[in-house]
Design a protein around this ligand. Sequence first.
Ligand code: FAD
Length: 430
Amino acid sequence: MIADETPVLANSLWTATAPPQPPFPRLSGPVETEVAIVGGGVTGLSAALHLAERGIAAVVLEAQQPGWGASGRNGGQLNPGLKHDPDAVERRFGPDMAARMLALSGNAPALTVDLARRHGIACDAVTSGWIQPAHDAASLATLGARARQWQARGVPLRMLSQQEISTLIGTPVYIGGLLDPRGANVHPLALTQGLAAAAARQGAAIHGGSAVLSIRRDGAGHLLRTADGQVRARRVLICTNAQTDGLIVPLARTLVPVRSVQVATAPLPDALRAAILPGRQAVSDSRRVMVYYRMDAAGRLILGGRGDYSDRVTARLMQNLRRIGRGMFPQLADTPFDHAWGGLVAMTADHYPHLSPHGDGILSATGYNGRGLALGVAMGRVLADWASGTPLAALEFPVTPPRPIPLHALRKPAVRAAVALFRLRDRLGI
Ligand SMILES: Cc1cc2nc3c(=O)[nH]c(=O)nc-3n(C[C@H](O)[C@H](O)[C@H](O)COP(=O)(O)OP(=O)(O)OC[C@H]3O[C@@H](n4cnc5c(N)ncnc54)[C@H](O)[C@@H]3O)c2cc1C
């Protein structure tokens, strides 16, 4: 179970199966360091590990325990790229910055798998590829354009015929699709806790139960206060994503947190494992309300989707996911779904993540739009680059001022309306 979580979101497969990890201690008393990191998910822990590898002192302050946020609850898909296709990234950011962003995001799964391998993190990492299937001619055309744009940049994406996709996934429901060989998948909590343990071994200080209550300027640096301690640091990295609170104004108003949920079957018998996703690729279905799924190392089918805020609607979404799973794979009719859990993803108005300064010496990386497992690890490295002296303009991702979303207070009804509309359009096929 995920501790300190609402019951409907707490029954996590990952907490039930991650290697045991003793809790990290609370911060107590005053500490001096080079870099203070707020948030112990993949972004903050990757930053800490990359800094520690360079011999730079870092302190991570996590309100709960490392992996308590989305990093320890997600679908475990290491997806390459950004939400936008390469040509759109280039139009918006120009060829030089776009090339850096595409390299960073495209290589993010490989970076993550390599980091896990170098630090001996046992997290069932497999680079088996990422499938984006198509339901209809329009989505197939979108995938074709995506393939051509990456191919033009030297990345060997490959379109799949109806026959190929039905063999790879084990269902006849799709008319074709796209295979991105860079995609990988992992046990996300084992990865996140492994990053924390590796960063600690390399010399970073990691603290659980240490919510940062305030940050204020202090001479040439900053002073961060927790209930029992304080950290004085030259630079501060804010890595709180969808869990962002009022610590740094106006960061929370640049993000729309949305619940995302997962359901997982019991381990499947060998005959079903041979028929459903035998190559263990991750799949993101191209419907407007995305459904994504994959097989884990123990042969459990894990499906995810997103939606609402209330527990009642969340429970209904979980039931929908089970129904979708059994619809695609009728062989699962009698298979129990053992786990159902969820968490928050952080959406942004332009669907890009944002790297934003908050005065001198504070930088945040947030807003992964539900695709931040590999990208968060990569952005953690970018934050570490900045904290170890790389100028803002030379980073692999653009730095933009925090821009609050207009009418942010109306986010909940707006999300509900958008999701309801997309579901209707999916049903009607328009
Ligand atoms: C159900 C679900 C499924 C998902 N599936 C996928 C997937 O398959 N692939 C993918 O790429 N992405 C997926 N995502 C998104 C992905 O998990 C996130 O984008 C990513 O983990 C963000 O990492 P992070 O380190 O930035 O934030 P988080 O992991 O959310 O960590 C932020 C941390 O900050 C801490 N914090 C907040 N405020 C404070 C404070 N004041 N002081 C101290 N600590 C604080 C929180 O406790 C939290 O632990 C999914 C997300 C969810 C919820």
